[in-house]
Every structure is written in structure tokens, then in C-alpha cells.
Design a protein around this ligand. Structure first.
Ligand SMILES: [Zn+2]
Length: 369
């Protein structure tokens, strides 16, 4: 889910405020860049990756705002943490963040920052579907897809003269590029890897491995409504989503992924967001927020984002300007209206702390493994 997003989280103090970059970390990052000269040569340790991810998450949260609801964040964090614990990187500081927009989307940023929108939660029907989406995003992080994309040259090269600009500037510039990658979707190979490994995570925890397919099917259905319009028609008729569903269906059979928990009741009793049809999602472009849900609220002006360098990638259709390397196959990415959706105004993280006992109790109550 990554808007096309997927469609791309020490747990310990999970949603606590992101660590502030130490001068030492920044120094290491800057040093690596300086030595490399070109981003394709960049190497990052976990601390540096976390710092980059924090910057990217900040941009995503500034764009969409954060749902200021502790119970919702705790729930998503419990599901996400259970999955992350069986990933290849259980020890990094996973954070699960619910974005305040009616668009259906999810974004994975480096270092363990997994974002899912209120609109996505509203359209999911079971916890196993949520696990499917989160599992997919977790793999984007655990397999370092953003870092890999940067190394492949999807970011602009930084010349030697730019590396002297200062470490903070370097980090910001790198975060801008990482944000663009996260926002526009990963390559086909990365999406397929996230699909394949994500459903294994879900199955390992005990969730029915069909959750991700449920989500993708929902997206295809959701976007049928807009098939006649230029903006969403491309996505609606896109064969890639169907192909992904077919691949996962075959994998579930051949690999005998046989877990069965869907945990629907706990999901619907915890998540009460109402879905907004894609044709009614308020967009930054139109500024007519009143269309959403038939609300009588006065239309709001599109917000200025105030985060330099990102405006281009946030414009409607921005995600379509992909290079051949970045053929987004993420689920939600294709829908123009969703990529241009308006967000809330509060980017503050909602602090959640879950420990091992909490997760064990959560899994037991849900009939998970
Ligand atoms: Zn994805």
C-alpha cells in the first residue's frame, strides 16, 4: 500500500516519540554519503536507517495528519507488533501510525515506521485483512526496499559539492527522496516480495493468509466506481492487482498456508470508522472537503504543506510520474483521488506502549499462535 502504497511498523515503547538524531548518527550518515558521493553506494546501519525513517514519517504525518485516538493506535500496534516479531528484523523500533485521511492507503518508511490510513481501516472487515496489509508493509521495511531503491539510483545523485552542505541538509535531502519513493510506490519486484513474505508473516501468527487478497479485492471493487473517469480508470482496469491476487492464491495452496483466524468481531468492535466512497474522498485539489460523507461542513482551503521539496510528489497524479524502474503496483496507488486526498492537521505521534505480555494476551484472546 504505499498509495499505490500497498496496496505497501523495540516494540517496547512502541509509539513513543521518535528518537532524536544524535550528532553522532548524523555524522555517520553524512560521512557515509560523503565517502560515497553517489547514493547508490550508500550503506546505512540500523540507527541511520531509523533516523531517515523518522524524517520520512514526519513528512507523511505532515501530509495526512494522525488520528489522535489511543485505542485505535494500541490495537493497530498490537497487530503490527505480533507480525513484526516474526519478521526478519524483530528488534528494530517498529511504530504503527494511523493517518487521518479517508483515502485508502498505507506507507512503509525505513527503520520500522508503518503508516495506515483511517480510510483503509474503515474499508477493512477483519483483523486478518489488517494483518495482511500490515504484513505487506512490514516486509517493505524488513527487506529495506526504500534503501534498495535509493541505491538503485531512484534518488538524484549527490555530487561532491553537495556533500559539504552539512549533515542535516544531507539527511533532509535524502529523506525527501525516500519520501518520494515511499509515496510513489515500489517496483513490481518489491511489491511481489512484500505480498509473498507478508502473507507468510500473517499465517505464522495464526491469521488466515487470505487477508491481503481480501484487501486487494476490496480495492478493485472500490475503484470500479471510478472506472469511467480518467483519473481512476487506469487503476481500476489495471491487471496487476488481479495478478497479485492470483499469485497469492496459488502460494497459499502450494505452501499450505493453513492458518484460519480472521478475528472479525474484535476488528469491528474496535474500528468504527465509516468508509467514504472513492468518488467522495475530499481532495487537496478540489478543496471541497464538504463532499466527504455529505457533511454540511464548509469547504476548507487546501492546506499548504510547508515541507519543502515535496509539493510535486503530492500533487494529484504525482505518483504516476514514475520512471520505468518504479512501476507502482501497490494497491491503492493507482487511484488519483486517493493520492490527492486531504488529511488532518495534527501530525503528532500517539504514544502507545505494548510489552510482551500484552502481545501474548492479545494473541491468545484472538485465537492466534
Ligand atoms: Zn507495497
Amino acid at each position: 500500500m504505499h498509495r499505490r502504497s500497498l496496496v505497501t511498523f523495540t516494540l517496547g515503547a512502541a509509539l513513543a516519540v521518535a528518537p532524536v538524531a544524535s550528532a553522532e548518527q548524523l555524522g555517520k550518515l553524512g560521512g557515509a554519503l560523503k565517502r560515497a558521493n553517489q547514493l547508490r553506494d550508500i550503506q546505512m546501519n540500523d540507527a541511520e536507517e531509523a533516523q531517515l525513517g523518522a524524517e520520512v514519517s514526519q513528512r507523511i504525518r505532515a501530509r495526512y495528519g494522525v488520528v489522535q485516538n489511543q485505542a485505535v493506535h494500541r490495537y493497530v500496534t498490537l497487530v503490527g507488533t505480533a507480525l513484526a516479531q516474526v519478521s526478519s528484523r524483530p528488534g528494530i523500533a517498529w511504530k504503527f501510525i494511523v493517518l487521518d485521511t479517508d483515502a485508502v492507503n498505507a506507507f512503509a518508511a525505513p527503520g520500522g515506521f508503518v503508516h495506515i490510513t483511517k480510510g483503509a481501516l474503515a474499508n477493512l472487515k477483519t483483523e486478518s485483512e489488517l494483518a495482511g496489509v500490515l504484513g505487506h508493509e512490514i516486509i517493505h521495511v524488513s527487506e529495506k526496499h526504500t534503501i534498495r531503491a535509493i541505491q538503485k539510483g531512484k534518488a538524484v545523485q549527490m555530487g561532491a559539492d553537495e556533500t559539504v552542505a552539512g549533515n542535516s541538509a544531507l539527511l533532509g535531502k535524502l529523506a525527501d527522496k525516500a519520501y518520494e519513493i515511499v509515496d510513489s510506490g515500489f517496483g513490481r519486484g518489491d511489491e511481489l516480495e512484500s505480498d509473498e513474505k507478508g502473507i507468510v508473516l500473517a499465517n505464522t501468527v495464526g491469521y488466515a493468509p487470505t487477508g491481503m487478497n481480501g484487501f486487494l479485492n476490496m480495492l478493485m471493487e472500490r475503484n470500479k466506481a471510478t472506472a469511467a473517469t480518467s483519473k481512476n480508470g487506469l487503476f481500476a482496469s489495471h491487471p496487476e492487482t488481479k495478478e497479485r491476487v492470483d499469485k497469492m492464491t496459488k502460494q497459499i495452496a502450494s505452501a499450505k498456508l493453513s492458518s484460519t483466524a480472521t478475528v472479525g468481531e474484535r476488528y469491528t468492535s474496535t474500528i468504527s470508522f465509516k468508509p467514504v466512497p472513492v468518488t467522495e474522498v475530499a481532495t487537496v485539489e478540489s478543496g471541497s472537503a464538504g463532499a466527504a460523507g455529505g457533511s454540511a461542513k464548509p469547504a476548507e482551503e487546501p492546506k499548504k504543506k510547508g515541507i519543502g521539496g515535496l509539493a510535486a510528489s503530492l500533487r494529484p497524479g504525482g505518483g504516476e510520474k514514475k520512471s520505468a524502474q518504479v512501476t507502482g503496483s501497490g494497491a491503492a496507488r493507482g487511484a488519483g483521488a486517493e493520492s490527492a486526498a486531504k488529511g488532518g492537521s495534527n501530525p503528532a505521534l500517539v504514544a502507545v506502549s505494548v510489552n510482551a505480555a500484552d502481545i501474548a494476551a492479545f494473541k491468545k484472546a484472538g485465537g492466534l499462535k
